[in-house]
Design a binder for this molecule. Sequence first.
Ligand SMILES: Cc1cc2nc3c(=O)[nH]c(=O)nc-3n(C[C@H](O)[C@H](O)[C@H](O)COP(=O)(O)OP(=O)(O)OC[C@H]3O[C@@H](n4cnc5c(N)ncnc54)[C@H](O)[C@@H]3O)c2cc1C
Length: 323
Amino acid sequence: MQKEYDVIIIGAGPIGLACAIEAKRKNLKYLVIEKGALVNSLYNYPLYMTFFSTSERLEIGDVPFTSISFKPGRQDALEYYRRIQQHFDLNIHLYEAVNSIELKDKLKFIKTNQSEYYSKNIIIATGFYDIPIYLNIPGENLPKVSHYYKEAHPYAGQKVVVVGANNSSVDAALECWRKGADVTMVIRKGEIHERVKYWVKPDVENRISEGSIKAYFHSNLKEIKEKSVTISTSDGEIEIENDFVLALTGYRPNFEFLESCGINLSKNGRFIPKYNPETMESNVKGIYLAGVVCGGMETHKWFIENSRVHAKMILEDIFAKSI
Ligand SMILES: Cc1cc2nc3c(=O)[nH]c(=O)nc-3n(C[C@H](O)[C@H](O)[C@H](O)COP(=O)(O)OP(=O)(O)OC[C@H]3O[C@@H](n4cnc5c(N)ncnc54)[C@H](O)[C@@H]3O)c2cc1C
């Protein structure tokens, strides 16, 4: 049986779901293919994270998002997006990964790890949270090293190095310290990042200046061993005892996948995919980009807040071209 659609949406993150709602509203034949759970990136966020956005800014499909606290947490968001899926009864295949897209005449041919599909249009809403930016240093593949942070409990009473000075690193360092870990931050630049949430930045700066959390500025992690790490500091190399490393140095979109679809990436080291900002159509006709994947390495540029509008822009363009 040939499975042919008007639009296939890759990724069931908040923005992929927003696209699905608009496709359904326009009576298009659509399918969402998601390699993990519903809103898989949010599912993998730190257990007790709080969004910097207020709940109404995370809403999609014009459905109100209510939460007790004005800034919702991960659990609130999972609840909301689950209800969105149930309310709209969206057509989603979970736990199915898209491996490739080929152009076949006017159609796109999509191969997943389970099946094959044809579609007139594709929306790539694959986010950036699946691929960490690696340190590429010896010992990075040891089991004590993680590029994702879930919760502080495993680190209680342990010597933990946190690499990075952005929101993820700062939240992890503070939480781990508060649950009894001995925390050392290794920070490439001379200060905590300016984009750290304004209500958290003074907290970490004060913990560092009082010596509760140790921090090496202008420093890089050089090597990780079973029981120690080597840090290259402005005063030379030092080796300190260590049980765990949280290398929270950011994530990036799957550029190899985008290029394999024929999408051009900017050559300035930012790898920003080429798209028309009015329609979100990429340089490949009928392949659209939605959500945070649009930012390339500039992963701080797009959020749920400002990219949920992509859904209406894209589906209006697809619908206009279909009539
Ligand atoms: C810790 C943290 C806190 C944040 N807080 C906020 C906030 O307060 N406000 C805000 O607006 N934004 C926030 N963001 C950013 C926001 O959560 C993300 O930008 C959001 O998840 C983006 O939605 P998306 O749908 O574009 O991508 P994602 O949510 O990442 O969804 C992409 C989906 O595509 C799937 N996928 C990837 N590749 C494939 C494939 N080959 N086949 C099938 N499926 C695939 C993934 O599994 C994933 O489910 C935060 C991000 C982080 C990391």
